[in-house]
Design a protein around this ligand. Sequence first.
Ligand SMILES: Cc1ncc(COP(=O)(O)O)c(C=O)c1O
Length: 358
Amino acid sequence: MPHKRLWIPGPTEVSEKNLMAQAQPMIGHRESSFTKLYTGITDKLKEFFELEESHVIVHTSSGTLWMDITGRNLVRNKALAATCGSFSERMYETLLACGKEVDQYAAEWGTATKPDAIMEHLDESHDALTIVHNETSTGIRNPTTEIGKRLKAEYPETMYIIDSVSALGGDMLLPEKDQADLVFTATQKAFALPPGLSIGIISPAGYERAKTVDNRGSYTDLVGLIDYYKKKGQTPSTPAISLLYALDTQLDDMLEEGHANISKRHEEMAKFTRTWVQKHGMKMFPEEGYESITVSTIANNLEKSIADLNKELATRNLHISNGYGPFKEKNFRIGHMGLWTMSDLKELLWHIEEIWNL
Ligand SMILES: Cc1ncc(COP(=O)(O)O)c(C=O)c1O
């Protein structure tokens, strides 16, 4: 089967170099060679995200584990979960499943979570606020910096948790600048790596909060993860070493391109897509001004068959995403994140134009 190039919001394309980086002999995770690899990765992440005081944990899991970590470590009694689509709703449900009290502030799917609305729904009873940076199900990009500013000015003790699974590393977010207590992602999105690793960036206050919360579990114990790293520079349980080899080389590439340049590349691809959408009489699904720069969600107002489009694209070794869940055939999504460049995007859009006779 020829490889279909992935223009979906994860997993994304992985470079040949990073695929090959995984194919190395194993090392023991209690050896000094592992400590060197793992602490080196942590240092590169600190450099990339301009971190002065945060803790960085690379875990062997997909992104969802960090919703459980949030519920078990950062919510003491009650959280406010701001939702605007499927993944932010997953966070709400996960916090409930962790036995925490949760209020939900639900913005309509396709609209953004605004700072004013958050502040209206927050009160002293909430010890944590969860939001999604980039709502993959609707293509919404939430204003994390503004929300952080407003939250910490009024409720400095309230934990600020950002799910940036489908944006971090592609869309510029600096956790310390946003005053976040936890930002998490997974490697199969803008990090352009295979699934299997997740990254959490935790503030010193987040670490202190976790120490005061009972029933943190074991694989989800943030204090255990951070303390083990501080003591040994290793992970408490066996990590996916092959994936760590690839993360190490990918971080070299990301540092070389630079965070700002990467973000600019994603912004340009998103802008180009929006102009293309307009030019051909289509509409963006997300609220104007809050469109994601890693995944463009386009309303199918031309009433084409997205399934048929993907069948035709498959013959050209290309693959895009249909609308998410209830929006299947009503929307379609182009994940332009990770390795993709403007010239790749132009080629993809040219194929769609040809197939649809635009
Ligand atoms: C915004 C967001 N949060 C969470 C997740 C869940 O991540 P994972 O599938 O890595 O567990 C996803 C996956 O697409 C996502 O897009």
